[in-house]
Write a protein that binds this ligand. Structure first.
Ligand code: NDP
Length: 341
């Protein structure tokens, strides 16, 4: 069962739940924007569903919701941010302006965030850079969940990667995907709905294929998408986000047995390119040749199309939120029944 809520009502409710759990107003506002945007764009696995996880991590002190990131410029085009054991998105916000200035000045710039918690979708991090004219690549490491191709146990996080680039007269082209066949959020939804999974999504504690979300989320492991090739992408994300970023590897996580450790303390890497420094000002117009060719070849759905359609629908009809998730959010925010739509 769903309830319909407007983004103007959802965002402050999420922020309030985070503040009640111990986050500062400023930090809560940033995370509320990301969580509400996920619901608006139909990415329910990384929207309000995540709130109990955020709240548990905040209340236990595992995640510092009042952290002030420390931004360090390490070279002409590189920024290193210590998130102070706080939200990665708050650290990104702290470095965002300077990162764009550097990319405009140098044609390219990179930012690495360590000691932060990323528990959301990645596209909200990169889409605004493309709206500002940059090609952006982002990736995030997380606690180990994926068994590398051919391995019997997990080593990599579900390690998402996102890409965004500007288009002429249209919203940016954006894709965002986990390195696993299925993200943890999607698996949690399958578990909640009592669904079995397709073959090839994960293995159990003995390294055997299983279709049980419980077995995979428990002592089992997720599998990488695209066999050995997805495994290589997961390794690249681990290297960029954790090793280059100066963060913990997913396998170094020592939080097992800590019930407050619902989020991963991990790393994030962002690369910005100003395409006009390479292809000249006609980049976006020329890119449309590629999209026209894709359409001509029969591609009728680009990555991001479903999200943008959900965004249009939400703007017109409001956001559909799972009622159980919404009611729990209202409780977490300590809001009255009057907040229920
Ligand atoms: P999906 O497999 O659902 O989608 C991946 C990408 O493919 C999206 O850009 C999607 O666009 C696009 N897509 C899906 N189906 C098609 C299709 N038929 N044709 C063309 N494009 C298509 O995502 P995942 O399950 O891999 O990841 C879900 C989310 O989980 C991501 O937002 C990711 O950032 C997040 N995540 C976060 C982690 C963290 O630590 N913070 C860890 C792992 C994952 P569209 O959006 O329009 O459907």
């Amino acid at each position: 069962m769903k309830v319909v809520v407007q983004i103007d009502a959802l965002e402050p409710l999420v922020a309030r739940a985070l503040v009640v759990a111990g986050a500062s107003n400023a930090n809560a506002r940033i995370i509320a924007r990301v969580v509400a945007a996920a619901e608006r764009d139909g990415c329910h696995s990384h929207g309000v569903l995540r709130m109990p996880g955020f709240v548990t991590a905040l209340r236990s002190g595992w995640l510092n919701g009042r952290a002030t990131p420390s931004v360090r410029e390490t070279a002409a085009g590189t920024i290193s941010v210590d998130a102070g054991n706080g939200f990665a998105q708050v650290a990104l916000e702290a470095g965002r302006g300077r990162l764009m200035e550097m990319a405009r000045q140098n044609g390219i710039a990179a930012m690495a965030i360590h000691n932060g918690h990323h528990f959301a979708a990645l596209w909200p991090d990169v889409e605004p850079f493309a709206e500002a004219g940059f090609v952006a690549i982002g990736c995030v490491s997380s606690r180990r969940r994926i068994a590398p191709w051919g391995a019997k146990r997990k080593v990599f996080g579900t390690n998402p990667m996102a890409f965004a680039c500007p288009r002429a007269g249209r919203p940016p082209f954006v894709w965002d995907q986990a390195s696993s066949v299925m993200s943890q959020g999607e698996m949690l939804i399958a578990q909640r709905e009592g669904r079995r999974l397709p073959q090839g999504v994960g293995i159990d504690a003995q390294g055997q294929p299983t279709t049980s979300p419980e077995a995979i989320l428990g002592a089992g492991a997720f599998l990488p998408f695209g066999t050995h090739k997805g495994s290589a992408v997961a390794a690249m994300v681990e290297i960029l986000a954790a090793a280059v970023g100066g963060a913990e590897f997913g396998f170094e996580d020592r939080s097992a047995g800590n019930p407050g450790a619902t989020t991963s303390r991990s790393g994030q890497f962002l690369l910005l390119i100003d395409p006009s420094r390479f292809a000249g000002p006609q980049f976006a117009e020329r890119l449309e040749l590629l999209f026209a060719e894709l359409a001509d070849a029969g591609v009728d759905r680009l990555p991001g199309d479903r999200r943008l359609e959900a965004r249009r629908r939400a703007g017109r009809d409001g956001i559909e939120v799972e009622k159980a998730d919404y009611d729990r959010l209202v409780d977490l925010a300590g809001a009255s029944a009057g907040s229920k739509p």
